[in-house]
Design a protein around this ligand. Structure first.
Ligand SMILES: C[S@@+](CC[C@H](N)C(=O)[O-])C[C@H]1O[C@@H](n2cnc3c(N)ncnc32)[C@H](O)[C@@H]1O
Ligand code: SF4
Length: 562
């Protein structure tokens, strides 16, 4: 059994290599007598997940783990494996009584405040067990009071007992080099992780019993490539198998209840959902009153986005269309506004009002499209501005939404978003309340989290434009915040050509998103990309950019300069 000292040693090494997440698997990790200490150690370094069969999880252990989680700065997660949501089917593989013990374990974790993920092997492809897995697990999770459905489906690896129960791999089921032509290798678990055991480091948890998958004694030694001669690699390549946590099913559940809520709100206006907004009569003069009755925003992003005539604007979660119609007047006949929403009833109302707005304006420059924030149905780099008014809090995949916003924005484009944020992490007990979620409360994340996500994706010039208290619920404060950020894609031609930036003040010094510091009045040499950024919003006017001082290109700009 691996010791706590050994694990500590590897955790330190992992930290030096930049490892971001930790997973503990077995056998059964809860057989380890010091598992709570081990998890406490791992949580010092990053988010940690335990992959368990659930059968040894008791109320007492769950309370201890909750205590460990409370004092840690990173998140502790649990994944419990079941073969089927039907007791007999599960026990056929995992042994008599294992379903009852595992579901008891899940309930203990839920009572202690966790939201365990259920991992399930996808037997249905091989004609085993029932095909209605998603629905079955949904009702099982409801019966176990699991706050939010989080189901992780894993394809079957036809090794060991699985090979006996289903069939072994066929000779033809092997990967060759050709299989990886144009394949994003990061999709493979072994491209981004290793598994540490008491016998050294192996390429992945699937091949822990394969001598050829032994990569070395340290993580450093294990970074070389593996020949992928195992037939299991065929499953990874064809199915995208990875042990990483995913939250795909939660997304569907959230969408379903939000959709239902706003379908009703489109037909029966909900007065208590409306926030006071800063629209002026001039903003609204061309818009029919029906639009205002179903306006559920929490700010006025379009009026704070410095929209120019001719721009293309995308409004996410456009609802009854209020922000699209205001933007339509601002961009004028040469401009274009697209509203995207998933709720048919909202789209129907918006389209009915669109005809009236077009008549009042004398031109028709608004289109509404059905779609999800997380999968925007538009091409890359096609809009100047993305707005959204009280919508992103409703998504269970906020990072994906911002990735999509980054994708569809032209370089130099911006987002201006009004949304609800919380003063601290909202507890699971509130997140599971579907009404609170749909009312834009419990899906909220903190401002810091929003800025961490957007910065990580590559937005720069992030700025809070407005902030006001929206509501206090169960002692948690929720704020309505309007924020802005810009997209910039580093250009391949970026160079140092002898350009300098002088920060004009009034602060004694400032730093940009690329960690360049500009003391007031001191010329700082900058690359062509930085020169572009500092000459355009949001930095425009803050710097004096010197003319070309030296026509010789001195230094080629490194990958991290801007
Ligand atoms: C609070 S309302 C705001 C509507 C509009 N922005 C306004 O200010 O009146 C949220 C809207 O976002 C839509 N929505 C929520 N989640 C969505 C998702 N994941 N994809 C697409 N639309 C979504 C809902 O259908 C609803 O119309
Ligand atoms: S089975 Fe093969 S492809 Fe899959 S993670 Fe392991 S080494 Fe990589």
């Amino acid at each position: 059994m691996i010791t706590v000292d050994t694990i500590q040693w590897y955790l330190k090494e992992a930290a030096t290599l930049g490892v971001k997440e930790f997973y503990f698997t077995g056998g059964e990790p809860f057989l380890h007598p010091q598992i709570a200490d081990i998890l406490q150690e791992a949580l010092k370094y990053g988010p940690t997940t335990v992959l368990s069969n659930g059968t040894l999880i008791t109320d007492g252990l769950s309370q201890t783990l909750a205590q460990v989680s409370r004092i840690s700065k990173h998140k502790l997660e649990f994944r419990v494996s079941l073969e089927s949501f039907i007791e007999e089917e599960n026990d056929q593989i995992r042994g008599m009584g294992s379903f009852k013990r595992a579901t008891r374990g899940i309930q203990s974790l839920v009572h202690a405040g966790f939201n365990p993920i259920i991992t399930v092997a996808d037997w249905s492809k091989y004609g085993k067990f029932t095909k209605e897995m998603a629905e079955g697990f949904q009702s099982l999770e409801r019966s176990l009071n699991i706050p939010q459905l989080r189901l992780k489906k894993l394809p079957l690896v036809l090794l060991g007992r699985c090979a006996e129960f289903v069939r072994p791999y066929d000779e033809s089921e092997r990967v060759t080099e050709k299989c990886f032509d144009n394949y994003p290798m990061d999709n493979l678990q072994c491209a981004t992780s290793r598994i540490v055991t008491s016998k050294g480091v192996f390429v992945c948890p699937i091949l822990i019993a394969a001598p050829k998958a032994w990569m070395g004694w340290t993580l450093g030694e294990s970074l070389g490539s593996y020949t992928m001669e195992s037939p299991a690699c065929y499953t990874c390549r064809t199915s995208g198998l990875t042990c990483k946590n995913e939250y795909l099913e939660a997304k569907d559940i959230v969408r379903e209840s939000v959709n239902e809520f706003y379908a009703t709100a489109a037909i029966q206006p909900q007065k208590e959902l409306c926030c006071p907004s800063n629209y002026t009569p001039a903003d609204l003069s061309h818009i029919p009153p029906e639009v205002l009755n179903i306006s559920y925003g929490c700010g006025s992003p379009v009026t704070q986005a410095n929209i120019e005539p001719g721009e293309s604007v995308l409004d996410l979660g456009s609802g009854g269309g209020i922000d699209c119609f205001i933007a339509a007047k601002m961009v004028g006949e040469q401009g274009q506004v697209i509203g995207i929403d998933m709720t048919d009833e909202m789209l129907r109302n918006a389209n009915a009002s669109r005809e009236i707005v077009a008549r009042n304006l004398g031109f028709d420059n608004v289109r509404f499209m059905k779609g999800f924030l997380e999968e925007i149905p538009l091409a890359d780099e096609c809009v100047d501005l993305v707005t959204s008014n009280c919508v992103i809090n409703l998504s269970a995949q906020k990072e994906k939404v911002f990735l999509e916003i980054f994708r569809v924005l032209k370089t130099g484009g911006r987002f201006v978003i009004s949304d609800i944020v919380s003063d601290r992490e909202v507890p699971v007990s509130m997140k599971r309340d579907k009404i609170l979620w749909s009312e834009c409360i419990s899906g909220a994340i903190t401002e810091t989290e929003v800025f961490n996500i957007t910065k990580k994706i590559g937005f720069y010039g992030l700025e809070i434009i407005n902030r006001s208290l929206y509501k206090e619920v169960n002692g948690f404060k929720f704020y309505s915040v309007t924020a802005r950020g810009y997209k910039y894609m580093k250009s391949p031609e970026c160079k140092y050509t002898g350009q300098y930036a002088i920060y004009k003040g009034p602060f004694s010094s400032i730093s940009d998103d690329d960690d360049h510091t500009y003391p007031m009045g001191i010329p700082i040499e900058i690359c062509t990309d930085t020169a572009w950024k500092l000459s355009n919003p949001p930095y425009k006017g803050m710097f004096l950019i010197s003319n070309l001082q030296n026509t010789d290109v001195k230094i080629s700009c490194g990958s991290k300069c801007c």
